[in-house]
Ligand binder design. Structure first.
Ligand code: NAD
Ligand code: UDP
Ligand code: UDP
Length: 319
C-alpha cells in the first residue's frame, strides 16, 4: 500500500478521451496514478471515459492543445491528434496545428515542469515505404503536399521538435511509432478499415475494399499497444526512441475481410472502390528494437483481437 502511494505520479494524457487515450487512462488509474485527461472531443468522446469520471484520481479537462496549458505534472503522454484519414483530412490545417503547435505547447510544459514526455508518433512517418519491413533507421517516403501530408508531415515535424527539445533543453523524451492498432472504443464511423469492415459485416452491408485489396497492413490489438506505451515511459532515460510498436503479422485487406466475415457470419459481399490517393501499398513493423530495449512484443493474435472488437461493436450498434 505504502509503495503504491509513494509511486503515485501526476500524469497528463492529451487525447485521453480517444480510442488509445481512454485505454491508457484505464491502465494508469489501475496502476495507482493521478490522471489528468485533456481532450477537445474532436474525435474522442466522454463515453470512452464516463466510467472514470467519478474516480477520485481522475480529472477531465476540455482543452485544445494548440493553446498553451499550465498545469503541474510529472509525466506527459501526448496523444492528441485525429488518427483516421477521414477525420484528419476533415480539417487538415487544424491537424497540422494539433501536431505542431500541440507538440510545442506540451514540450514547453515539460520544459517548465521537467516532466518526462511521450509522443504518439506513427508508422505514417515512413509514408509509402520502399524498405520492408520498416526499421526505425528508415527515413521514409512521404509526399509533402498530398491529402495525407497534414498528418504525416505534422507527425514528422513533431518528432523533430521532440528531438530538438531533447538536445537543446535536455528534456527526457520517449517517441514511439505506432502501427495500425484496433480494438474496443474505435469510433464506428472513423473510416478505418477494421471498424469499417466489422460495422459493415454486422449490418449485413457490403464490405468496401479499396483498390484490389492486395495492399497490406499489420494490426496490433490495443492491450498490447498500451503495454508498449507504459514500458517505453518506464525505460531508462537515455532511451529516447523512436521505437516501432506494432504487430508484425501482415495481412492483405482481402484476408482481413475474410477473417471478419468468418467471425461475424452473415451475408455481406465484397464491393470494390477506388484506392485513396497516396495509400501505402505495404506496411509491417520491424520490432527488434522494442524487443531488445523494452522486452516487448504483441501477444494477441488477429483472430482473438477481432473477436473482442466485434463483441464491442455489437454492443454499440444495439444501443
Ligand atoms: P482518436 O482520434 O480516437 O484519439 C485522438 C484524441 O485526440 C481524440 O480524443 C480527440 O478528440 C483528441 N484531439 C484531437 N485534436 C485535439 C486537440 N487539438 N486538442 C485536444 N485533443 C485533441 O485516435 P487514436 O487512434 O486513439 O490515436 C491516438 C494517437 O495515436 C494519435 O496521436 C494518433 O496519431 C496516434 N496513432 C494511432 C494509431 C492507430 O492505429 N490507432 C496509429 C498511429 C498513430
Ligand atoms: N507552454 C505551455 N505550458 C507551460 C509552459 C509553456 O503551454 O507550462 C507553452 C508556451 O505557450 C510556449 C510553448 O509552450 O509557447 C513553448 O514553450 P518554450 O518555453 O519552449 O518557449 P517560449 O515560451 O520560450 O517561447
Ligand atoms: N481500406 C479499405 N476499405 C475501407 C477502409 C480502408 O480497403 O473501408 C483500406 C485502405 O485503403 C488502406 C487500409 O485499408 O489500404 C488501411 O486503411 P486505414 O484507413 O485503416 O489506415 P491507414 O491507411 O492509415 O493505414
Amino acid at each position: 500500500m505504502m509503495k503504491a502511494i509513494m509511486a503515485t505520479k501526476r500524469i497528463l494524457i492529451t487525447g485521453g478521451a480517444g480510442f488509445l487515450g481512454s485505454h491508457l487512462c484505464d491502465r494508469l488509474i489501475a496502476d495507482g496514478h493521478d490522471v489528468l485527461c485533456v481532450d477537445n472531443f474532436f474525435t474522442g468522446s466522454k463515453d470512452n471515459i464516463r466510467h472514470l469520471l467519478s474516480h477520485p484520481r481522475f480529472e477531465l479537462l476540455r482543452h485544445d492543445v494548440t493553446f498553451p496549458l499550465y498545469v503541474e505534472v510529472d509525466q506527459i503522454y501526448n496523444l492528441a491528434c485525429p488518427a483516421s484519414p477521414v477525420h484528419y483530412q476533415h480539417d487538415p490545417v487544424q491537424t497540422t496545428k494539433t501536431s505542431v503547435h500541440g507538440a510545442i505547447n506540451m514540450l514547453g510544459l515539460a520544459k517548465r515542469t521537467r516532466a518526462r514526455i511521450f509522443q504518439a508518433s506513427t508508422s505514417e512517418v515512413y509514408g509509402d515505404p520502399e524498405v520492408h519491413p520498416q526499421p526505425e533507421s528508415y527515413w521514409g517516403r512521404v509526399n509533402p503536399i498530398g491529402p495525407r501530408s497534414c498528418y504525416d508531415e505534422g507527425k514528422r515535424c513533431a518528432e523533430t521538435l521532440f528531438f530538438d527539445y531533447h538536445r537543446q533543453h535536455r528534456l527526457e523524451i520517449k517517441v514511439v511509432r505506432i502501427f495500425n492498432t484496433y480494438g474496443p472504443r474505435m469510433h464506428p464511423n472513423d473510416g478505418r478499415v477494421v471498424s469499417n469492415f466489422i460495422v459493415q459485416a454486422l449490418k449485413g452491408e457490403d464490405i468496401t475494399i479499396y483498390g484490389d485489396g492486395q495492399q497490406t497492413r499489420s494490426f496490433c490489438y490495443v492491450d498490447d499497444m498500451i503495454e508498449g506505451f507504459v514500458r517505453m515511459m518506464h525505460s531508462p532515460a537515455d532511451f529516447t526512441g523512436p521505437v516501432n510498436l506494432g504487430n508484425p503479422g501482415e495481412f492483405t485487406m482481402l484476408e482481413l475481410a475474410e477473417k471478419v466475415l468468418k467471425i461475424v457470419g452473415g451475408k455481406s459481399k465484397l464491393s470494390f472502390h477506388p484506392l485513396p490517393v497516396d495509400d501505402p501499398k505495404q506496411r509491417q513493423p520491424d520490432i527488434r528494437l522494442a524487443k531488445e530495449k523494452l522486452g516487448w512484443e504483441p501477444k494477441v493474435c488477429l483472430e482473438d483481437g477481432l473477436k473482442e472488437t466485434v463483441a464491442y461493436f455489437r454492443r454499440v450498434l444495439e444501443r
